[in-house]
Design a protein around this ligand. Sequence first.
Ligand code: NAD
Length: 243
Amino acid sequence: MSLQDKVAIVTGGSRGIGRAIALALAGAGAKVAFCHNGDPAAAGTLAEINQLSTGMERTADVADEAAIAGLFDAVDAALGPVDILVNNAGILRESPLAQTDVAEFDRVIAVNLRGTFLASREFVRRTDAGRIINIASDLGILGRQDMAAYTASKGAIIALTRTLALELAPGILVNAIAPGSIETDMTSPAHMSPEQLARDMASPLARFGQPEDIAAMALFLAGPGAGFVTGQCFGVNGGSVMY
Ligand SMILES: NC(=O)c1ccc[n+]([C@@H]2O[C@H](COP(=O)([O-])OP(=O)(O)OC[C@H]3O[C@@H](n4cnc5c(N)ncnc54)[C@H](O)[C@@H]3O)[C@@H](O)[C@H]2O)c1
């Protein structure tokens, strides 16, 4: 139980990659709070966390400054001071540049990038020790047609990771994970075109990863084995990007 007595927040932890990370941290003994955007799956995920450890869930928009402060206040009161922050909440919108309106562009940046900034800032205002793990994307490195806002937000998260690693050392270690295509709601045919899904299969392993593949890396980065690791971006991507 390498994370016994630690307290973690996972943004966007109700389903998909965030859920798998929340369960992995709880399985290692951490108390785990997660927020979501009103997802009906949240109650089931909370029950799973509570079978392993102690959990809490809250609807909170990561793009909203007051909502993030309220989330940290509630977690402090219920579980104690936060040791581990996983900035996972994210949205993807697929549209050609010419058809992308300003509101759509701004919303993707607000959830993915401003959300990571707001939660990291709230964390840092309350502690000078711990771990921040940011969920970026291989597309933030590779680029991808018809995903301008998404890829820009994810590239910026990798840059932000490096800056925060410099600024918050030595007490807080900050790393990113850049997943390749992972089988979740975000990559379901309801949310991605067949052309994009075909591009996702172009990596050497030519298949989707599972949320647990990302959770394994997050668990390592949250734990004692990663004490000399900061400012890095880890590709868990089936070989789509090779560093
Ligand atoms: N699935 C992939 O192939 C893939 C690849 C690379 C990176 N990622 C990244 O991994 C993260 C998780 O993606 P996923 O595939 O599990 O997605 P998902 O759509 O299955 O889950 C998204 C989660 O974020 C929450 N969320 C969405 N908007 C929110 C908001 N404004 N405030 C708070 N919570 C919000 C949802 O409630 C949900 O819990 C995202 O940042 C995504 O960009 C995913």
